[in-house]
Design a protein around this ligand. Structure first.
Ligand code: HEC
Length: 166
């Protein structure tokens, strides 16, 4: 029995050791869309990730989800959206450092939003949401994007359902 186990173990190790030989080699000859030198590949990936526009499309989604989370008094979902929004903007700043200075204004607005969520205060939520919206638009003006004026959503598009026990 013991011998059988040992030989099975040996066979297992043998298979593991042979795996690298089967791993496809990293080369430009394959059908990957990432061609060229390592630097060129990284550049291409960075381009595919998008700039601040990609950040904003995601932030815009989270802003709307946050709004309905507040209307539903789904506080856990609201807290989750705030956290995600913060991280999304931080990643956006990392990709586009030239936006960093004006982007700072969003963080106090998110902190204030979070206060309302932690307090589970629907009236305060609405008040702070107005403040958050104003901050979005102030930054747009500051970044020469005054034509992007956002407002709280009028129609529910969120597929996340109100909690049944609220
Ligand atoms: C740095 C300050 C800044 C803040 C803060 C900011 N935005 Fe933006 N936003 C921008 C810039 C810059 C663009 C244009 C993106 C680009 O092309 O690089 C933009 C674009 C947008 C767009 C258009 C996206 C598209 O391409 O479809 C929407 C929608 C948007 N922002 C929503 C928001 C919302 C909602 C908030 C607040 C929660 C917000 N933004 C906060 C700077 C900001």
């Amino acid at each position: 029995m013991r011998h059988l186990k040992l030989s099975l173990l040996a066979a297992g190790i043998g298979i593991l050791l042979s795996v690298p030989a089967c791993t496809p080699s990293v080369s430009d000859s394959g059908d990957t869309w990432l061609k060229g030198t390592a630097e060129e590949k990284f550049d291409r990936i960075a381009e595919q990730l998008g700039g601040f526009d990609a950040t904003m499309m995601s932030v815009s989604h989270k802003y709307q989800e946050l709004y309905w989370a507040g209307q539903d008094k789904n506080w856990d979902y609201a807290a989750y959206q705030i956290e995600e929004m913060r991280e999304e903007i931080e990643r956006g700043i990392e990709r586009r450092p030239e936006r960093a200075e004006s982007a700072q204004m969003i963080f106090p607005a998110l902190d204030q939003m979070e206060e309302a969520i932690t307090a589970r205060d629907a009236a305060l939520f609405d008040q702070r949401f107005t403040g958050l919206t104003a901050t979005c638009n102030t930054c747009h003006r500051q970044e020469d994007m005054a034509f992007i004026a956002v407002a709280p959503p009028q129609q529910r598009l969120s597929i996340v359902q109100p909690l049944s026990d609220e």
